[in-house]
Design a protein around this ligand. Structure first.
Ligand code: PMP
Length: 358
């Protein structure tokens, strides 16, 4: 049988495995930070109508620039942003890939502070951008001084910040983003995939856009909006950044069905985002319950919680799975990540945790 390695594949891809958490058919799936709440019926109807209205025109290519959708997203973000500041693609992963295509590439570097979102280095690899794995503090924090020192040493073409950070859950202190913007010589990307779940008072990097044409904030509809299956991510930045990504995007990358469904979902945002508060409650319940049992837990501004497994995390992960609860081993020795689910799912996790972690 032919294997990948028998093909004339790029040397740097040889022996690599594709990204992806196991998609297992178990009762309680808390491993990919999705929104556990199904799309409400009224929103299903609105999305169905919007998609239906596109079907007769599927012989035509979609709006290549997704202008109407970008206008709706700018309106959702506020902060005085307009269509020209916003770009959208199939998930924020695609947005970040386009940023790397435009600002990274062979001979260029991107730097991120681990542990962080493991797709950032993989997107860099896929675009031939050399990845520099800078580090957070041992307690997963990042101080302005530590960030600046590592940036001055490496002077990357792109810096990836993630706030709230996946997998640790904590939002960055704004002073870190300020400090990074002060010394960065290239582009600064702040991945705010989980921003809607942040604790009250957490500022968005969107506030910094007016004075920083090299700052890019990426967001997604996959988490708070409960639209992961719809695949829609977006960025906000100076209009020049939007011009730059248009040089590398595929023509017609966002199907007319995606654009119509996403517009309907944004229009129904009050109904969709209603689940955010319930999810935050379950997130806080996980944090406080585990802490009350003496388990170390990172502060969370996201819809997930990173906790200390107390033993080999692979063994503990399996023990949860054996009890019908799928959580995530992010490859961080001694730690595991769980998504805050519905109240019932969260209870199932906490019951299993009581048995396993005590
Ligand atoms: N950024 C972060 C930090 C994430 O955790 C994820 C999803 N796991 C994404 C981006 C990508 O999300 P999507 O492509 O669905 O928008």
């Amino acid at each position: 049988m032919t294997t990948v390695d028998d093909l004339p594949i790029r040397d740097d891809l040889r022996g690599k495995s594709p990204y992806g958490a196991p998609q297992l058919d178990v009762a309680v799936r808390l491993n990919t930070n999705e929104n556990s709440y199904a799309v409400p019926d009224a929103v299903v109807d609105e999305i169905a109508k919007a998609v239906q209205a596109e079907l007769r025109d599927l012989n035509r290519y979609p709006d290549r620039d997704a202008v109407a959708l970008r206008t709706d997203l700018a309106d959702y973000l506020g902060h005085g942003l307009t269509t020209a500041n916003v770009w959208a693609a199939n998930g924020s992963n695609e947005v970040q890939q386009q940023l790397l295509q435009a600002f990274g590439g062979p001979g260029r570097t991107a730097l991120g502070f681990g542990p962080s979102y493991s797709m950032h280095p993989l997107l860099a690899a896929g675009t031939g951008t050399r990845w520099i794995g800078a580090l957070r503090d041992p307690d997963f924090g990042l101080t302005p001084g530590a960030a600046v020192a590592q940036l001055e040493q490496h002077r990357p073409d792109l810096v990836f910040l993630c706030s709230p950070n996946n997998p640790t859950g904590t939002a960055l202190d704004p002073s870190v983003i300020d400090a990074v913007l002060g010394v960065a010589t290239g582009m600064v990307l702040v991945d705010e995939a989980y921003f809607e779940f942040a604790r009250p008072g957490t500022p968005s990097a969107l506030e910094l856009l007016p004075n920083h044409p090299r700052l890019v904030v990426t967001r997604t509809m996959s988490k708070a909006f409960g639209f992961a299956g719809g695949r829609l991510g977006y960025l906000a930045a100076d209009p020049a950044v939007v011009d730059a990504v248009q040089l590398v995007r595929l023509p017609y990358h966002l199907s007319s069905l995606t654009q119509a469904a996403a517009r309907a979902a944004v229009a129904q945002r009050d109904a969709l985002l209603a689940a955010v508060e319930a999810i935050k409650e379950q997130r806080d319940r996980i944090v406080s319950t585990l802490r009350s049992r003496g388990v170390r837990v990172a502060d969370s501004d996201a819809n997930f919680v990173l906790f200390e497994a107390g033993a080999d995390q692979k063994v503990v992960w399996q023990a949860f799975l054996d009890r019908g609860v799928l959580i995530r081993d992010v490859g961080l020795a001694g730690w595991l990540r769980v998504t805050a689910g519905t109240e019932t799912e969260t209870s199932a996790f906490l019951t299993a945790a009581e048995e396993i972690l005590s």
